[in-house]
Write a protein that binds this ligand. Sequence first.
Ligand SMILES: [Zn+2]
Length: 122
Amino acid sequence: MEQDQLDDLKNLLISQLEDLVKSGQETVSGLKDQENAYADLVDQASNDASQEFLFRIKDRESRLINKIKDALERIEDGSYGLCETCGEEISFGRLKARPVATHCIVCKTAAEKMEKIVNMTK
Ligand SMILES: [Zn+2]
């Protein structure tokens, strides 16, 4: 991969990371405001529900944040953009659409097919 392509993807990852961190904070403060406003109205059950909802959002966000951090680390150590299964370069177009991708389209498609078969036999 060219250096300017790599810089391009690095900037993309950093801005995604910033967006996630920012929206995560908004989610938390938004829910807290709501909780304060309706504190007298909501019973314990719905409080638990909103806690769980918040937790699920945070969980999904933190997993994506970790993926982005991993990708940034791989850029630093030079292993970024290589498929974890076959070691081939992942195409720039694919990385541009999904900069946290760790597998080339061939391996990804094969893995998805496999997953479908496994799910069918469950
Ligand atoms: Zn591959």
